[in-house]
Ligand binder design. Sequence first.
Ligand SMILES: NC(=O)c1ccc[n+]([C@@H]2O[C@H](COP(=O)([O-])OP(=O)(O)OC[C@H]3O[C@@H](n4cnc5c(N)ncnc54)[C@H](O)[C@@H]3O)[C@@H](O)[C@H]2O)c1
Length: 268
Amino acid sequence: MKKFKDKVVVITGAGSGIGRNLAIEFSKLGAKLALNDYNTDGLEETVGLLKSGTAVFQKVFDVSQKEEMFSFAAAVIEHYGQADVMINNAGVAITRLMADEVSIEDYEWIMGINLWGVMYGSIAFLPHLRRQKESSLVNISSLFGLVGIPGQAPYCMTKFAVRGFTESLHLEEQINKTGVAVSCVHPGGIKTNIAKSARGASKDPNLIKKFEKVLTAPPKMAADTIIKGIRKKKARIIVGKDARAIHAVNQLARPVLLKLLQRSIKKL
Ligand SMILES: NC(=O)c1ccc[n+]([C@@H]2O[C@H](COP(=O)([O-])OP(=O)(O)OC[C@H]3O[C@@H](n4cnc5c(N)ncnc54)[C@H](O)[C@@H]3O)[C@@H](O)[C@H]2O)c1
């Protein structure tokens, strides 16, 4: 898809960070927006930042709630009559903990949002996307959907799962020639609220500061890279220098990658 004027672009988690910047950039391109977040104030703030005159439909709900996601899809179609781009962006993190220190409830919570939310959003919107001549389904994974790191097992688990799910969908839509381009996005460290709002992070302000040192790339750059990837119908969209470097090394030599990771983890 090359042009977004009058296309209906759906974005979850649009109340902050990457989702907010995607909404702003798509509004500049003349798209009609359908936005979600579970934070009412954040979503309102995003709407206030859009190019004036942008058509916006918004719904506050939790993406981990299956019925809410399916009724959102129905409401978007009732409102606009179509959906052209669906971006499953909403996501959360947990503070740094070893895999066996995380409670089962916290594993279930992060899976609900980062994985089930993405799966519900994909399945709810696919039939509508398939009705368009060309359309796009975009799921946000992470650099940590390409490599696992210590202290982030639950997050890595969800982001690897998003990648597996999305890569399967990509091939299915291609084989069936549906016209839906499916992309999986792997951002590196982006300057957003993800570390600050990570579950348990408020107990460890020092850790937030350390994480913020590696989350430095501007979210507008992330949005621009994602939009460029959608235009090119890329199966895998890598965002940021850090993600590009690790992705490249990962492709070539896993032992070298592990050394690099160990070195950067020591800084945390
Ligand atoms: N920032 C990074 O460095 C980075 C790196 C890789 C991947 N990501 C991924 O990018 C996506 C966007 O994150 P971000 O960095 O912009 O973080 P962010 O915290 O700034 O924004 C996430 C948004 O999602 C919303 N959200 C969270 N749970 C929700 C739910 N259950 N239902 C609806 N909305 C919900 C939040 O309210 C927030 O507005 C996430 O999937 C995240 O995992 C971020």
